[in-house]
Design a protein around this ligand. Sequence first.
Ligand code: IPM
Ligand code: MN
Length: 358
Amino acid sequence: MSKTYIIAVIPGDGTGPEVVAEGMKVLAAASRKFGFTLEYTNFDFGGERYLRTGETLPGSAIGELGKFDSIFLGAIGHPDVKPGILETGILLKIRFALDQYINLRPVRLYPNVETPLRDKGPEHIDFVVIRENTGGIYTGHGGATRVGTPDEIATQLMIYDRRTVDRCLKYAFELKKKRNAKNPKYAEKPITLIHKRNVLTHCGDLWYRAFEEMGAKQYPELKRDYNHVDAANMWFVKNPEWFDVTVTENLFGDIITDLGAMIQGGLGVASGGNINPEGVSMFEPMGGSAPKYTGKKVINPMAAIGAAMMMLDTLGEAGAAQAIETAMMAVMRKMKSQAAGNMGYSTTEVGDMVADLV
Ligand code: IPM
Ligand code: MN
């Protein structure tokens, strides 16, 4: 009997539904070719639902989502909803409640995709950022007093405990081992911890010691390196070829992965996975809901297709994931650009072409 995976789909807002549809088209092609079945359940979480009902996620949502094999998300964000409500009420809520403690963001420049980095090509830009996804400043510890007065005080604390750090590092070291085995080019490069331990002497020190201890004891064969986050930003631009697996805390990871997305060709091609290695993961294109492109069929679905590919890989369908990536690369070679509105094809045409080649 063929394997069946049950997938929760959250198309979300703006261009989310458009790109999710193309991702599903490609998933359908892969499931036919590789002999597995995907069953979908749609959830209407997002800005429209919030404006209609006043609710971000219903009370039952997390329990229900937790029953699926995986979650495929389009985009969350609505121009008529105040910033912060949907982000914390939906996206961050799911990441935290389902303990998706890894945010895996590959930064890979595919052939024929334009990067703003002069003199850099696909051979230079091929690394991953592992962003810790449940701790740090995102935990929301802190508060504000005397709000609105000249004496106002606000705090938002960077919280980390050893267990949260260790489980993230473990994932990073294991991924580094896998990548080294796959490609000798990766094996020449270190695993890099990114933090700011020259200033964050408590949190940075915790991460650094945990990294050094785990590396020395459990992975002595792997080269280790450390970069301060400001310097890492600089090297991502100047010498991206130095990097393979990088690992960092939540907010730093948020910031450097937008830079990563740009050097790999923009948000049209950047995908990410919110991964709970022991539970239910959620895959998404990194871009937002792009209101100005909504309904025009000009948004690039590649990032959503890439997210679908990552989802299959995580579900254990490595062959299908590889086939999707190969098809994506072939289609990227034909496209004029990866920028919305300038692809030389419509959103659905890009999805059709990838699906045809899987
Ligand atoms: C991201 C986004 C989110 C984050 C926002 C929308 C809450 O920027 O996925 O990188 O900060 O994690
Ligand atoms: Mn971000």
